[in-house]
Design a protein around this ligand. Structure first.
Ligand code: HEM
Length: 129
C-alpha cells in the first residue's frame, strides 16, 4: 500500500507540473481544469500517504524532536503539505478567474506553480520505476 501510494504521488507530480505550465502558457478553461484537478488528486494522494508513511507517522510520534531538527522529517511534517494546500487553493482560484472570464487567472496559476516548485522534495528520486 505505502509503496504504491508513494509511486503514484511521485508520478502524478509530473502531470501536475506539465498541466501547470500549460495553464500558465494558455490560461483557458480546459488547461485550468486539468491543472486544478490533477493537483486535487495529488493532494488526496498526499493525505493518504501521510497516513501510511512510516517516515511521516514516525515524525509525528516524536513531533517535538522533529520540529527541533532541521531535515527531511521536518520538511514533510511542517512545510511540504502546507505549500501543496496553498497551491491547491491558488490553482482553484485561477480556475475560478478563467471561468468568470477575469484577467487574473495567469497570476494565480503562476503563484501556484511557483509554490509547487518550492514545495516539491527535489532531493527525492525523480521517478520510482
Ligand atoms: C496536502 C498535500 C500533501 C501531502 C499531505 C503530502 C505528503 C507527502 C509525504 C508524507 C511524503 C513523504 C512520504 C515518505 O517518504 O514516506 C511526500 C513526498 C512527496 N510529495 Fe507530497 N504531499 C502533498 C502534496 C504534494 C504536492 C502538491 C506535490 C507535487 C505536485 C507533492 C510531491 C511529492 C513528491 C515528489 C514526493 C517524494 C516522493 C518520493 O520520494 O518518491 N506532494 N508527500
Amino acid at each position: 500500500m505505502y509503496e504504491a501510494v508513494l509511486f503514484l504521488h511521485n508520478l502524478v507530480r509530473w502531470a501536475v507540473l506539465a498541466f501547470g505550465f500549460l495553464a500558465l502558457w494558455r490560461p483557458g478553461a480546459k488547461e485550468g481544469t486539468f491543472f486544478a484537478h490533477t493537483l486535487t488528486l495529488q493532494v488526496v494522494l498526499g493525505i493518504l500517504l501521510a497516513f501510511v508513511s512510516p517516515l511521516f507517522q514516525g515524525a509525528l510520534a516524536s513531533l517535538e524532536a522533529t520540529m527541533q531538527t532541521p531535515g527531511e522529517a521536518r520538511f514533510f511534517v511542517a512545510e511540504h503539505w502546507v505549500g501543496g494546500l496553498i497551491a491547491l487553493g491558488l490553482a482553484h482560484a485561477g480556475l475560478g478567474q478563467v471561468r468568470k472570464g477575469k484577467p487574473r487567472a495567469r497570476l494565480f496559476f503562476a503563484l501556484a506553480l511557483g509554490l509547487l516548485l518550492l514545495s516539491i522534495p527535489w532531493f527525492r528520486p525523480l521517478l520510482r520505476f
